[in-house]
Design a protein around this ligand. Structure first.
Ligand code: DC
Length: 221
């Protein structure tokens, strides 16, 4: 039976860095579900579809083919109608679009079934917002990974500065708060800490300490 670790949590909590490292350590496949919602967001932006126009977004889902592959280093690559969009989806604008289109149930239905299919044959570490609650409700280990808004904003601002972009930390904090609110208060599959998830607050932990903590939790389940 494949083994599964579900990691949910708000934007900027470090889920993907941690999930990637945990999957490498255990030899599992890492599945980044946010990348799939970002791909739907990117499709809308590229095709002039208003992301707030639910009917049109839902109507166009049938034209969106999303597939996943892994490069030689085992890094997830996401394809939109055959084109590798793994780099294009990593912008703030696409992240915001993903947060909006992810509210629509038919979008979720399509992506959740792809995610469940991927996890049905191989052991996975999957991260997102609804993994423990909806995608893999029987996951062997469930983690709710979070950090304070201030700490997440600080990390995000550092990332932007490393890329040579200037940013206003208060602005970054505001964007994080807005995204948290939308992801936690939407009608369909909002971000929640399910009762059987273990809370890991990484505000005062290094990346290595967070990885070790999650590996420890997974080993003792
Ligand atoms: O983790 P991320 O920032 O790449 O995710 C982008 C958006 O996609 C996030 O704001 C909400 C949505 N999302 C979701 O609704 N469910 C998931 N399992 C993963 C992401």
């Amino acid at each position: 039976m494949p083994y599964s670790i579900a990691i949910d949590g708000p934007a900027g909590a470090g889920k993907s860095t941690i999930a990637k490292a945990v999957s490498k350590e255990l030899g599992y496949v890492y599945i980044d579900t946010g990348a799939m919602y970002r791909t739907v967001g990117l499709y809308c932006l590229l095709n002039g579809i208003s992301i707030t126009d639910e009917d049109t977004v839902v109507d166009r889902i049938k034209d969106i083919d999303i597939s996943i592959a892994y490069d030689d280093e085992g890094v997830q690559q996401v394809f939109l109608n055959g084109e590798n969009v793994s780099t294009k989806i990593r912008t703030q604008e696409v992240g915001e679009a993903a947060s909006t289109v992810s509210q629509y149930q038919p979008v979720r239905d399509k992506l959740v079934s792809l995610q469940q299919k991927l996890a049905s044959t191989t052991s996975v570490v999957m991260d997102g917002r609804d993994i423990g609650s909806k995608v893999l409700p029987n996951a062997d280990t469930k983690i709710y990974l979070t950090a304070s808004v201030k700490e997440r904003a600080r990390r995000r601002a550092n990332e932007l500065r490393e890329k040579g972009e200037t940013c206003d930390i208060e602005e970054v904090e505001k964007e994080i708060e807005e995204r948290d609110y939308r992801d936690m208060h939407r009608e369909n599959s909002p971000l929640v800490q399910v009762p059987d998830a273990v809370l890991v607050d990484s505000s005062n932990l290094t990346i290595d300490e967070t990885i070790d903590k999650i590996l420890d939790i997974a080993m003792h389940r």
